[in-house]
Design a protein. Structure first.
Length: 209
């Protein structure tokens, strides 16, 4: 098969498996292997298991044709661009697609951003990770937030020192940011961190209106 990125290949696997399931013909792992020309059956199994972890498929243990669509469709949130984890930088939206996320309470307004920089490594947020953010305008001390200072954005730990707000890094190599309160705007709180080792996230088409 022609070369595609892992994320694009996984999207193609999901679309084909979904079509088969909706037609009442659940495929086996080897059928997925043959359909996409994978050299090893474990490659097909790896894509299917990743789709299970993403909530796009469910699996009945011990069955050759055990993959199925989950009872509830996955929650999709827009991946809107990048957020600096370091110095403040201009906030620029660059929508990439829609990311499936785990179960979250109904009514939450969520979006996702790619992290660029190393100031949050102590909190387990590494360069290239994707943070899922619940849109809100306030935060409690100790929460990890995406904030705007003027027209510049960052992801940091929200703190209060007296009357001042401090945007604190989780890496001692970086300095805290003490913004002018008149220029500070909280965009949301980080509720989930996603990491895709050596591959792209399985971005999907937008959900139906």
């Amino acid at each position: 098969m022609a070369y595609t990125t892992p994320g694009e290949t996984r999207r193609r696997v999901y679309r084909w498996v979904r079509e088969r399931l909706l037609a009442g013909e659940p495929p086996t792992v080897r059928e997925v292997q043959r359909r996409f020309g994978f050299r090893a059956v474990e490659t097909a199994r790896g894509h299917l298991e990743a789709l299970v972890r993403e909530g796009l498929l469910a699996k009945a243990p011990g069955k050759a044709r055990g993959y199925r669509l989950p009872g509830d469709p996955p929650r999709l949130v827009p991946l809107l661009g990048r957020v600096p984890a370091g110095k403040l930088e201009a906030a620029v939206e660059d929508p990439e697609g829609w990311l499936p996320v785990g179960a979250r309470p109904a009514g939450e307004d969520l979006f996702a951003l790619r992290v660029r920089g190393e100031s949050m490594t102590g909190a387990g947020i590494l360069p290239g990770d994707i943070v899922v953010v619940r849109r809100q305008e306030t935060a409690r001390p100790g929460e990890i937030v995406v904030a705007l200072v003027g027209d510049e954005a960052t992801v940091k730990v929200f703190r209060r020192r007296g009357r001042r707000v401090v945007l604190e890094p989780a890496n001692p190599a970086f300095e805290p940011i003490v913004p002018d309160p008149r220029e500070l705007r909280i965009l949301g709180r980080v509720v989930e961190v996603r990491r895709y080792l050596g591959e792209s996230p399985p971005l999907l088409e937008p959900p139906p209106a």
